[in-house]
Ligand binder design. Sequence first.
Ligand SMILES: [Zn+2]
Length: 421
Amino acid sequence: MRFGILMTSALILLITVSSSTKHRDVHIEALSELPLSGKNEKFGFNLNDYHVVKATIQPNQFLADILLQHKVDYQTVAELAEQAKPVFNVRSLRAGKPYYILNSDTTDRADYFIYEPNAISYVVYDIRSKHVVMTDRQINRVQKTASGTISSSLWKTMMDQNLDYELAAKMEDALAWSVDFHHIQQGDLFKAYYEELYVDDKRVGVGELHAAYFRNSNNDYYALKYTNHKYDGFYDLEGRPMKKVFLKAPVQYSRISSRYNLSRFHPVLRRVKAHLGTDYAAPYGTPIYAVANGVVTNAAYTKGNGNYVKIKHDKTYETQYLHMQGFAKGISSGVQVKQGQVIGYVGSTGLATGPHVCFRFWKNGKQVNHLGLNLPEPDPMAKEELPNYFITRDSLKSILDQIDQVPVIKDQLVEEEDITS
Ligand SMILES: [Zn+2]
């Protein structure tokens, strides 16, 4: 329970931080600190040869606004925008992103406008020749390992170590089917082998998670990434997919507020009435996922259920999701859905005291407690594949096993690679 709450606050915190940085640092500065001699290369230019202005895009500022300030006439701006079309849409200039103006003479008219939509790419507008080129920088992938002992939650422990929330999310995705992250305990242990992406020594994100390990009340869980033309996902030590046929819960970052209970006192009706579902409390508007592939058999409203969706998964299993605020786009009777697809949003329509989804699991036409069910296992990896998989498994497992159990972050090796997307 506590884990869910902490994780939500971590997410909110992160959202706040990133949105505030977007609007910060809106300023214009000349690069007066540049050395006067020698090379100062950036974007393929020797910046020492130019007068350089660095600034950030302001809210509601367009390319024309910027270039007109730098003595580029309107006709040229229009031609540049046209030229740029196949390369970059000038309408996607975003407030808070950096740009540079370069000019080489004393007329103050800009020669180049350079925009950085993200840490990886930049677009160069050559104002004189009206050429527009977008370049992706080289990404260095640094292989890293991390580990830690849980203090209160996986997220908090990882944040305390300055590990990226992207890594926490990837670890949780890899392990979520096996580890109940709502009930992890102090002293539980995690390890990860993953890559971080760097551009010019600057960390720009988390790349692939290669392998993850979690020890929870003396059980060891390994999630090892295996990818080839036929397989792509995380597998356990025996080559069984980590991903199961059914998701553990229809909402992320939620807590169970009421369990399946045949003699529950109903808070609205104020009498004993069997509770044939599991309630997951989550804020209004939280996405609700289909827990497995299937076909929607109902997307309707009733007085008790409110807005609800029912999905038929196979001959045996159906699931039902009640009290939705609304349905996701395209969800109606007869529509095929995939596991993890958003089918609606948490609400309190029908007989409900607060925002939650009442999740009902049907087996052979009867409502059962899915938390006590032995659900069907996914298809195992083909026997012929296993020898190959075991090679990958053994090397990933030995990397994980060698990670110290004290919290450390280590660089392992650097390999360089071009990315084109
Ligand atoms: Zn319920």
